[in-house]
Design a protein around this ligand. Structure first.
Ligand code: IPE
Ligand code: IPE
Ligand code: MG
Length: 245
C-alpha cells in the first residue's frame, strides 16, 4: 500500500508542488532479463502511466518527466525508431483514455524533429487535455536543458535586435518566460532512478534549488511506493535557498 495516499490524510508529510523524474534504466532492466532494450521501453511506458495516475490521486500539481533527450538521437536507428513508435502508440492510447484519466498534458522540447504523426498526436493531447484540473504532466521530448536555454537566449537577442527589449532590463523572471516551462513553478524534487547520479541535461535552469533524489531502482520497476519514498526523503531535507537557518 502506498504510504502517501490522500485517503490516509498524512498531514505530517508535505507534498512537493512539482516533482520531476528522469525516467532512466529501461535498457538495463531489459538486459537483466535477456530481452532487447526496447522491451524495457515498453514496460517503462507502463511505469509512467501508473506514476502519472498515482500523482493525480495524491494531489500533486506538476509532474515533469524526461522521456527523450536531445542527445538520445545518438542511439541506433532501430532503438530510436522503436521509441518513436512506442510514443505514437502511447499517445494514441492516452487520447483514447483521456476522459478516464483526466490528466492535463504539456510538452517540453523541440517537437519539429519528430514525425508528423507524433506531432499531431502531441498537439491533440495538449488541446483535449486542457480542460482537466488537477495534475499537469510535462512530457519532455527531444528536450535538452542547454538547448532550451540557447533558444531562450536567441529569442531574447532577436527582441533586442528588433528594438523591442534592452539587454540590461532582462530579469530572471522574464528569462523563465522564454523557456518551454514558462508558467510552471520550478521543480522542488528531481528524482533519478537507475543508480546514475547525474542530471544529463535535464531542467538545468529550473533546478537551481531543486532537491535531488537518486535510487538504484530501474525505471520500469519504479512504482507508487518508490515515489512515496522519494517524497519521504524530500521531507527530511532542509531547503534554504541560500539563506541561513
Ligand atoms: C531511459 O532508459 C529511456 C531513454 C533514455 C529513452 P535508457 O534507455 O537510458 O536505459 P539504460 O540507461 O540504458 O538502462
Ligand atoms: C537521460 O537518460 C534521458 C532520459 C531518461 C530521457 P540517458 O540514459 O540518456 O542519460 P545518460 O546517457 O546516462 O547520461
Ligand atoms: Mg539511460
Amino acid at each position: 500500500m502506498p504510504i502517501f495516499n490522500k485517503k490516509t490524510d498524512n498531514k505530517a508529510m508535505e507534498l512537493p508542488t512539482h516533482i520531476a523524474i528522469i525516467m532512466d534504466g529501461n535498457g538495463r532492466w531489459a538486459k537483466k532479463r535477456g530481452l532487447p532494450r526496447t522491451a524495457g521501453h515498453k514496460v517503462g511506458a507502463e511505469a509512467f502511466r501508473t506514476i502519472a495516475n498515482y500523482a493525480k490521486s495524491i494531489g500533486l500539481q506538476y509532474l515533469t518527466v524526461y522521456a527523450f533527450s536531445t542527445e538520445n538521437w545518438k542511439r541506433s536507428e532501430e532503438e530510436v525508431n522503436t521509441i518513436m513508435e512506442l510514443l505514437e502508440k502511447y499517445l494514441r492510447e492516452l487520447i483514447r483514455d483521456m476522459d478516464k484519466n483526466r490528466v492535463r498534458f504539456c510538452f517540453f522540447g523541440d517537437l519539429s524533429r519528430l514525425s508528423p504523426t507524433l506531432r499531431a498526436e502531441a498537439a491533440e493531447t495538449v488541446e483535449k487535455s486542457k480542460q482537466y484540473e488537477g495534475v499537469q504532466v510535462n512530457f519532455c521530448l527531444n528536450y535538452g536543458g542547454r538547448d532550451e536555454i540557447l533558444r531562450a537566449a536567441r529569442a531574447f537577442a532577436a527582441k533586442c535586435a528588433a528594438g523591442e527589449a534592452r539587454p540590461e532590463d532582462l530579469t530572471e523572471e522574464d528569462f523563465s518566460k522564454l523557456l518551454w516551462s514558462a508558467g510552471v513553478p520550478d521543480p522542488d524534487l528531481v528524482i533519478r532512478p537507475s543508480g546514475e547520479e547525474r542530471i544529463s541535461n535535464f531542467l538545468l535552469w529550473q533546478s537551481a534549488y531543486a532537491e535531488y533524489y537518486f535510487t538504484d531502482t530501474l525505471w520500469p520497476d519504479f512504482g507508487p511506493r518508490d515515489l512515496d519514498l522519494a517524497i519521504e526523503a524530500y521531507n527530511k531535507r532542509s531547503r534554504r535557498f541560500g539563506g541561513a537557518k
